[in-house]
Ligand binder design. Sequence first.
Ligand code: PMP
Length: 423
Amino acid sequence: MMPLDESVVTDGRGSAARDGWERAAMTATAGVQDLFSVRGRNASEARERGGGPGMISFTAGFPDPVHLPYEGVAEATGRLMSTHGQGPLQYGAVRGYTGLLDLLIEKLGRDQGIRCAQENMLLTSGGSQALALLIDLFLDPGDTILSEEPTWSGAVRAFANVGVNVEGIPLDDDGARVDVLEAKLRDLHARGIAPKAFYMIPNFQNPGGMTTTLERRRRIVALAREYNFVIFEDDAYFDLRFEGGQLPTLYELAGGSHVAYFGTFSKIVAAGMRIGWLVADKALIDRLSVLKVDGGSPFAAHIAHEYCKDGVLEARVQELIALYRHRRDLMLGELNERMPEGITWRVPEGGFFIWLDLPAGLDATRILAACRERGVEFLPGTACFFHGEGRRNIRLSFSYADDEQTVRGMRALCEVIGEQLTA
Ligand code: PMP
C-alpha cells in the first residue's frame, strides 16, 4: 500500500484539511454574499468530517483506507491505457461509459433483482450526485417531502440547501414506521399539501443500522402509488450484508414505477473514483440526462470497469464483508463489555454504522468534547436530524479505524460516558 496523500484525504488518519467550498464561503466578501442564491444562503453551516491528526475517527462513513484497492486499480489503469489508447481521456456520453453500464446491469440483475437496460440508467458522481439530480428533477424551494429521520447527514444538507420542508418519519427495528408515514400522508393531504418524495435507505440504514422489512417495503410502495410520490431509494450499503438474506428492492417491488433507485462504488470499490448510478423509468432518465450537464468522468468509469470485470468485484465484496463484519463484532464486543447500563444500540446486519441511544442527562456534544481530548471522535446525532434533535445519539462508524484503534477508541468512549453518567 502507498502512503496516504494528506492533501487529498480530508478525514481521519489523515489531515483535517478543509474542503475548497468551505474556504471559498468563508472568504467571500460581504458584497458578493448579497448575490447568493437561495441555495447559497441556505448553505451556511460548515460540514463536520472530523479527523484531526492522530485522532481515532469513528466519525465519517469512510471505507477502510488500508483495504482500498491500490494494486488492483494501478494494474487496471495500466491495462486500460495500453488497450484503449486516448479514448477514455476524451469527453464521454452523458449517461456514462456503456461498458460499465453493462457490467452494472448484469450485477443489478443478479444481486439486486433489478431488471434494467441502458435506457433506465445513468452513471453519476457517487450516490451524492444521484440524490442531487433527483432533487433537481423533482424539488423546488418550499416543496414538502418525507424522509426517514434520523438519516444520512449528506441528505440532511442536500435537502436543507434547496430549501424544502422535510417531514421526518421515525424508524424502529423494522425500518421506517409505516403507520406514521400513512398518518402523515393523510394529514398533509387533508391540509392540501402533497409531499413529492420519500427518501429512504432500506438496507443497514445510515445512521440507524436497521433494514426495512419486506412487509414494510410493500406497504411503502403501495402508499407511493396511492398518494403519488416518488421513493428515493438510496441503497449505498446493499452489498455489505454480513448475515441474513437479501430482501427485494422497492424498485423491483414497484415494477420500476414511483421509485428512483441509486447506488455507489464508494463503499465497495473506491470512494475517490466517484462512481455511482441511478436506475429509474426511461422517461425520468431522459430528463435527468438533460439536467446532468456534467458528463462525469469517462476515465474513472473506464478504470472502474477494467478493475471490476471478470469477477474481481464479486471477490472484493466478499473480502469486505468479512472485514467489516469483523470490525462490527469488535466494536460490539467492546460495547457489550464496557458500555455502562442505560445506553442502548441495535446490531446492524451490514453497513458501516452503530447508533447509540443515550439516556436523559447525557449529551453527545459534551461527550464528544471530552472524547476529543483523549483523541477519539464520532458523529453526534444532531447531524442526522432535520431540526436539531439527536443530542442523545451517537453514530459510530466501524469502517475506518483499524482493530487496535477501534479497541482503544471504544475504551475511551465508554470511560467518558461512564464519567459523565456519574458526574
Ligand atoms: N447514501 C448514503 C446512505 C451514504 O452513507 C453515502 C456516503 N456516506 C452516500 C449515499 C453517498 O456517497 P457517495 O457520494 O460517495 O457515493
